[in-house]
Design a binder for this molecule. Structure first.
Ligand SMILES: *Cc1c(COP(=O)(O)O)cnc(C)c1O
Length: 466
């Protein structure tokens, strides 16, 4: 795409090596290739302007109700981010203070999740929950292999049991590390894994069960304690002990503050590892997650590599080598800045806003609530069977005209008949913004309902993955 036009009279100037600064109204424009590496350099101001003009076309992150990921932080966090952008997390020797900060965060998170010995918590920062899931899954697989080999049993057919509602990362894990994924299908109005349908899928080749604290589909919590209890019964009957990993990508930084009595974490002895996204309700910009193991025994030694740290030896477990350290610094900033009370306030406000949205929606005859924000502050809703002129995809598109990004998608197998819209309430989505959103939602519904004929349809996207 030719962003800048070359003027014939400038070609002569180029020969004289004159540097030009093409800004909007100035002559002397250049042709800028965008699909191959250009031959010539340009001034940073020019490149900046070109890139800025382009990324402006992206959706406005503050109106993005589709994502769980943080889109707003304090100004001080922005400054800290810029000041620490050059830090490499793997250079523990060169940036020992950033390494120390990471260790403190792991310890704080271990304590938050009731690790039996938080001061000796085994864990690490990651690029996000996905890397945390890979590491936790690998640890379960390796531990299962060791146990099987020790018992002279075959290790060629590992499987992982989880609900059909799991996030796409678990499908990736199973594919990349060659583990058979066993999805427990959804049933009726229960849109996540429950204890009663679990045991049919578990056997001696099960490396673990994944329980999700905060399903991406509707924000609901899976009953982790009941899932553990079912596996206790299974162990009593079969002698096979199946560990549980909790995918607390979102819930890991919500439940400790909003539902402190709920036992979903290391208080349950069967839970061997937990991961969460620092960049979701951990309230940090994209690029950080955390994974913590109950104790060192659940992270097999032969998965751990060693890097140099102050001339000594630092054990690491990661898929990446180099990785930004700034997000870890930002996580520490948030822990200091907010403390338990601050996190509680932020998440409570999100839940209040979600509750308000849910109540306003429930009052509408066109809307059927699927989740009301009482687990994660997520409101999921479908259209009433009486609505025939339009569907959830039309509502999503209409909302986009107002700037709001609200995904529409169908539920996983067995409930693919259920098409929903989902609003994720995050820090920064205020009561005032919620009012504006409700105004635009109701206006959209009325506009669609006033059409003289139903909306014409193109083919819909098959699924939505985040
Ligand atoms: C978002 C999410 C993931 C993936 O997390 P990233 O931090 O985006 O890598 C995994 N599981 C669940 C339940 C999620 O919500």
């Amino acid at each position: 795409m030719a962003v800048w036009r070359r003027h014939a009279e400038d070609e002569a100037a180029e020969a004289g090596d004159a540097e030009v600064l093409p800004r909007f109204t100035r002559a002397g424009m250049l042709q800028v290739p965008t699909r191959r590496l250009g031959e010539r350099e340009m001034l940073p101001q020019t490149a900046y302007q070109i890139v800025m003009d382009e990324v402006m076309l992206d959706g406005n992150a503050r109106f993005n109700l589709a994502t769980f990921v943080t889109t707003w932080m304090d100004e001080e966090a922005d400054r800290l981010y810029a000041a620490t952008a050059e830090k490499n997390m793997v250079d523990k020797d060169e940036y020992p203070q950033t390494a120390a900060i990471e260790e403190r965060c792991v310890r704080m998170i271990g304590e938050l999740w009731h690790a039996p010995h938080a001061e000796a918590s085994v864990g690490t920062s990651t690029t996000g929950s996905s890397e945390g899931c890979m590491l936790a899954g690998l640890a379960m697989k390796r531990r299962w292999q060791h146990a099987r080999r020790a018992a002279s049993r075959p290790t060629d057919r590992p499987n992982l049991v989880m609900g059909a509602n799991v996030q796409v990362v678990w499908e990736k894990f199973a594919n990349y590390w060659e583990v058979e994924p066993r999805y427990v299908p959804l049933e009726g109005d229960v849109l996540h894994l429950t204890a009663d349908r679990l045991l049919d899928h578990v056997d001696e080749n099960t490396i673990g069960v994944v329980a999700v604290l905060g399903s991406t589909m509707d924000g609901s919590y899976e009953p982790v304690a009941e899932i553990c209890a079912a596996l206790d019964r299974y162990e009593a009957a079969s002698g096979v002990s199946v560990p549980v990993h909790v995918d607390a990508a979102s819930g890991g930084f919500v439940a400790p503050f909003l539902q402190p009595e709920l036992e979903w974490d290391f208080r349950l002895p069967r839970v061997v590892s937990i991961q969460a996204s620092g960049h979701k309700y951990g309230l940090v910009y994209p690029g950080v997650g955390w994974v913590v193991w109950r104790d060192a025994a659940h992270l097999p030694d032969d998965l751990v590599f060693h890097v140099n740290y102050l001339g000594g030896d630092m054990p690491t477990f990661a898929l990446n080598f180099s990785r930004p350290g700034a997000q870890v610094v930002l996580q520490y900033f948030q822990f200091l800045r907010l403390g338990r009370e601050g996190y509680r306030l932020v998440q409570r406000t999100c839940q209040d806003v979600a509750g308000h949205l849910a109540r306003a929606m429930a009052a509408r005859p066109e809307i059927v609530l699927v989740s009301d924000g009482s687990d994660l502050p997520v409101v999921t809703f479908a259209l009433a069977p009486t609505v025939s002129k339009f569907d959830v995809y039309d509502v999503s598109r209409k909302l986009r005209e107002h700037g709001w990004l609200v995904p529409a998608y169908t539920m996983p197998p067995n409930r693919q008949d259920l098409a929903v819209l989902r609003v994720v309430v995050r820090n920064g989505f205020s009561h005032d913004m919620a009012e504006l959103f409700l105004r635009d939602l109701l206006e959209s519904l009325e506009w669609l309902d006033d059409l003289v004929a139903p909306m014409p349809h193109e083919e819909q996207p098959s699924s939505f993955h985040h």
